[in-house]
Structure formats: structure tokens, C-alpha cells
Design a protein around this ligand. Structure first.
Ligand code: HEC
Ligand code: HEC
Ligand code: HEC
Length: 284
């Protein structure tokens, strides 16, 4: 009899938890995080993006195996199947925890079908293996790229003791000060804020080349410089509408484009790497 109570109690307990989770399912998302051991296969811990390059190899090898099975070219098929085997197993060598995610039986089927020149069999095996690739990707691909390949701005200093973030806040204020002064007819203040903004952009631009060595895109670019000039002219003699349009163009060229790449990705990375905090979880 006691056991029956116990089981009923357990059942109610599980129901309550399930109910709570269900009630809050719209307020929180659950994301699986990849093993931290992955860091050793990425820059800066590694000289190369080893993990990612192994993945590129796998995709190429899957394509080649499929191609040579379709064209019934045994020699090339054997060569590429061997490479596929090696790089697929390398996943588990690099991250032992992920060994259990690998599909060993499909891999041995690949070997058998290739050895037996069973080309239809090979094509079926490739399909099955692709499902295994997809299942790991649907959980881990995006979050791994975000965690290990998103440029990090949290430690960048624009100059000693001026963090990247506080420099951003200053730029934001300068842009708005131009807008406010323009609207209220304070042309001198608008122009001096524009001078501050230009200097702030110059300083920001010096940091881009640290990472953007190869593409050599200067910041501010020629297009931004042109807009800065016409904004300055319109602040002196233009209409309110012209001033607003020039400022809008500048904000798109000089701020929004970079935000679309860097702020979006960096913000997501910060959000996802936040340590879950017990009181926040309980509040949910
Ligand atoms: C156990 C997990 C796992 C398995 C299994 C796996 N991958 Fe991946 N793969 C990843 C992760 C994590 C990434 C994200 C890497 C990144 O973007 O830095 C990735 C990324 C990739 C990419 C790069 C996508 C892109 O264009 O940026 C390709 C291609 C790829 N995998 C191919 C494969 C193939 C083909 C297989 C199966 C034969 C496979 N992977 C099996 C974890 C896995
Ligand atoms: C910490 C390194 C780092 C810094 C600093 C950096 N970038 Fe980037 N940026 C990158 C990387 C890496 C990419 C490529 C994104 C990718 O492929 O995931 C990129 C991509 C971009 C892109 C989108 C792709 C393109 O070329 O149009 C823009 C725009 C951009 N950066 C602008 C800037 C500007 C402007 C600065 C300076 C104010 C800057 N970045 C500073 C690393 C950096
Ligand atoms: C490297 C490309 C890049 C360029 C160019 C850029 N920003 Fe940013 N901005 C960022 C990133 C990354 C963040 C997020 C920083 C953080 O969260 O610490 C950010 C954050 C901000 C913020 C929010 C600061 C806060 O309070 O958290 C403001 C405001 C801002 N930028 C204004 C501007 C303005 C105005 C311009 C143009 C004059 C500009 N940014 C140009 C990358 C850029």
C-alpha cells in the first residue's frame, strides 16, 4: 500500500514539473552547448581551424564517394571512401565525448559495400551517413560557429582604458548630438559634434586592420568620407530635411553595416555564453 502512495506521489510530482515547464515554454529556449574541448581545435588555441577543415573534407569526401558510386569507378571510390572513413573517425579522436554520436555500423557497411563493388549499396549507405551528419549539425553546428568563430570585441581597447563598448556609446552620443542640434538649429554645436564623430571613427578604424589584414577595407571608407563631407556642408547651409538624410546615410554606411555583422554575432555569442544562474532559472 505504501508503495502505491509513493508511486502516485512521484507521478504527481512529475506532472507538476511537466506543467511548470510547459507553462514557461514560451519564455525560455533550451540550447545544447558543445563540449569545451572543441576550443583546442580552433584559433587562438590552435594555429588553424582544424575542426572546421575536417568538416569541409568530410563534405567533399561524401560527394566524391557518391559520384564514383554513381559512375561505378571502383578505383577512385576506394580512395575517397578510405579518406571519408579516416576523417569521420577523427571526429571521435578530437572529441572523445562525441564517439557515441558516430554511426559505427554504417561506417562498416560503407567498407563492405565498397569492397563488394555494390554501388547501389554504397549510395544507400551515403544517405544513411548523411542523416547522422545532419543530426549532430542540427544540435551543434550553429552554436559551435558562434562560440568559436565569432570575432570577440569584449577585450578590445580603442585606446588604453577605453573599452570598445564605451567607445561605441560615445559614437552613439555624437550621432544623436548632431541630430538634436540640427533639429534645434544649433549649427555650431552640430558641426563640432561632427568633428568629434569623425575623430571617433578614425580611432575605431585603426582597430579594424588587426583582423581585416587581407581585405584592406579602410574605415572610414571613401563612400563614408563623401557622406561626411556632404553632411558637413548641409549642416552649414542645407535644410533640416537634407541634414536628416545625410545623417541617415552616414549611419547606415558607418554603423549599421558593421552592426549587421559584428554586433549581431557578438551579441548572440555573449548571450549564449552567459553562465546559467540559479536565481534566474528559478524566477522562470
Ligand atoms: C558529432 C558531431 C558532428 C558530426 C557527426 C558531423 N559534424 Fe559536421 N559539423 C559539426 C560542427 C560542430 C560543425 C560546426 C563547425 C563550425 O562551423 O565551426 C560542423 C560543420 C560542418 C560543415 C561546415 C558547414 C559550413 O559550411 O560552415 C560541414 C560541411 C560538415 N560539418 C560536414 C559534415 C559531414 C559531411 C558529416 C558526416 C559525414 C559531419 N559533418 C558530421 C559537428 C559534426
Ligand atoms: C576581432 C577581429 C575583428 C575586428 C577587430 C574587426 N573585424 Fe570585421 N570581421 C572579422 C571577421 C573574422 C569577419 C568575417 C566574418 C565571418 O566570416 O564570420 C568580419 C566581417 C566584417 C564585415 C562583413 C563582411 C564584409 O567584409 O563586408 C564587416 C562589414 C566588417 N567586418 C567590418 C569591420 C569594421 C568596420 C571593423 C572596425 C571598426 C571591424 N570589422 C573589425 C573580424 C574582425
Ligand atoms: C566593428 C564594427 C562596428 C562599427 C563600424 C560600429 N559599431 Fe557600434 N557596436 C559594434 C559592436 C560589436 C557592438 C557591441 C559591443 C558590446 O556589446 O560590447 C556595438 C555597440 C554599439 C552601441 C551600444 C553600446 C552599448 O551601450 O552597449 C552603440 C550605441 C553603437 N554601437 C553605436 C555605433 C555608432 C553610432 C557607430 C557609427 C558611427 C558604430 N556603432 C559603428 C560594432 C561596430
Amino acid at each position: 500500500m505504501r508503495w502505491a502512495y509513493f508511486i502516485v506521489l512521484q507521478f504527481i510530482f512529475v506532472l507538476v514539473i511537466a506543467g511548470l515547464v510547459y507553462k514557461h515554454k514560451n519564455n525560455a529556449v533550451i540550447i545544447k552547448t558543445p563540449p569545451t574541448e572543441l576550443a583546442q581545435w580552433y584559433k587562438p588555441e590552435n594555429k588553424r581551424q582544424v575542426w572546421l577543415h575536417n568538416m569541409f573534407k568530410l563534405r567533399r569526401e561524401m560527394q566524391a564517394v557518391q559520384f564514383y558510386a554513381e559512375t561505378k569507378d571502383q578505383e577512385h571510390l576506394s580512395k575517397w571512401a578510405l579518406a571519408l572513413n579516416e576523417h569521420y573517425l577523427k571526429i571521435g579522436e578530437m572529441i572523445p565525448k562525441w564517439n557515441k554520436k558516430l554511426d559505427a555500423s554504417t561506417l562498416s557497411n560503407l567498407q563492405t559495400t565498397v569492397d563488394n563493388q555494390d554501388y547501389t549499396g554504397v549510395l544507400a549507405v551515403v544517405k544513411t551517413l548523411q542523416k547522422n551528419c545532419d543530426s549532430c549539425h542540427s544540435d551543434y553546428q550553429a552554436i559551435t560557429a558562434l562560440t568559436y568563430r565569432t570575432p570577440d570585441f569584449s577585450t578590445i581597447e580603442i585606446e588604453p582604458l577605453v573599452s570598445f563598448n564605451s567607445h561605441m556609446q560615445a559614437l552613439g552620443k555624437q550621432v544623436n548630438q548632431i541630430k538634436i542640434a540640427s533639429e534645434d538649429g544649433m549649427s555650431e554645436l552640430a558641426i563640432s559634434s561632427l568633428t568629434d564623430l569623425k575623430q571617433g571613427m578614425q580611432k575605431l578604424g585603426q582597430g579594424c586592420t588587426d583582423c581585416h589584414k587581407k581585405d584592406q577595407k579602410p574605415y572610414p571608407s571613401e563612400a563614408m568620407k563623401k557622406t561626411l563631407l556632404s553632411l558637413e556642408n548641409s549642416l552649414k547651409t542645407g535644410t533640416l530635411k537634407e541634414q536628416g538624410m545625410e545623417l541617415g546615410t552616414l549611419a547606415v554606411q558607418a554603423c549599421a553595416r558593421c552592426h549587421g555583422t559584428h554586433r549581431l554575432a557578438f551579441g548572440t555569442k555573449v548571450l549564449l555564453s552567459k553562465e546559467p544562474n540559479l536565481s534566474e532559472l528559478l524566477k522562470h
